[in-house]
Write a protein that binds this ligand. Structure first.
Ligand SMILES: CC(=O)CC(=O)C(=O)O
Ligand SMILES: [Mg+2]
Length: 242
């Protein structure tokens, strides 16, 4: 299983390098976050991040979900859940699905991409640690309201290769995270194909592709500024849940 996955990743990475890929969306995805669609998250997709949290580097993607109520847009704050004292930022490239599919071949995966978004996978790390220790799901740690700050849609043509962009995040002006999507263990076409064999993909679904190293705490009144290269950036204030 492990060998098969690694082999197929290499094949598809080669397939998507530098190619101009067709537009996929039949609907206007501009406000996809209002459609109530799935947010499918990939964890531990960067070896350096897996190591910084003392997790094993995975041989298969780690998946979890956020509800659409997790979305928050610029102008509204990210809220620290009342049960957490250690809320972490995780900057991630989001892939917006533009064409539905099930059992998608890797060679056709990019046809299902309608665009991209800059996303934060806000994580109550203390809660996640407790869940992990008890063998419980990560819902409280990952799926609370405002746990998914999201940028405007980035048109597909603006990112020629989702396997070669820089994502970064600053807190109060200090750089905390900076990584290239070329370091992903499981690249975008592989993820789309893998996920579609388990969960049918619909227009407006979002895949969070995992975070690079540098995750850390944010406090009340902090300001997070994040970006994808010079393509898009977004800013969020942190507040306590009242
Ligand atoms: C350990 C995690 O929280 C995994 C995760 O979300 C990631 O992006 O990696
Ligand atoms: Mg994450």
């Amino acid at each position: 299983m492990q060998e098969t996955i690694q082999e197929t990743i290499q094949e598809t990475s080669a397939l998507t390098q530098g190619q101009l890929l067709p537009m996929a969306s039949s609907r206007n995805l501009n406000r996809f976050w209002e459609w109530g669609r799935k947010i499918i998250c990939v964890g531990r997709n960067y070896a350096e991040h897996a190591k910084e949290l003392k997790n094993a580097v995975p041989t298969e993607p780690v998946l979890f979900l956020k509800p659409p109520s997790a979305y928050v847009r610029e102008g509204s704050p990210v809220l620290i859940p009342y049960y957490s004292n250690n809320l972490h930022h995780e900057v991630e490239l989001g892939v917006v699905i533009g064409k539905p599919g099930k059992n998608i071949e890797q060679s056709r995966a990019m046809e299902h991409v309608g665009g991209y978004a800059l996303c934060l996978d806000m994580t109550a790390r203390d809660t996640q640690d407790k869940c992990k220790n008890k063998g419980l799901p990560w819902t409280l740690a990952k799926a609370f309201d405002t746990s998914c700050p999201i940028s405007d849609l980035v048109p597909k043509e603006q990112i020629r290769d989702p396997g070669d962009v820089k994502i970064w995040l600053k807190v109060n002006g200090s750089l905390r995270q900076e990584g290239s999507t070329s370091s992903m263990i499981f690249p975008v076409p592989f993820l789309i194909s893998y996920i579609s064999k388990i969960i049918s993909l619909e227009e407006g679904d979002l895949i969070l592709t995992g975070t690079p190293a540098g995750v850390a705490s944010v406090q009340e009144h902090d300001e997070m500024l994040a970006g994808i290269d010079h393509i898009i950036s977004m800013k969020f204030k942190v507040e306590k849940q009242s």
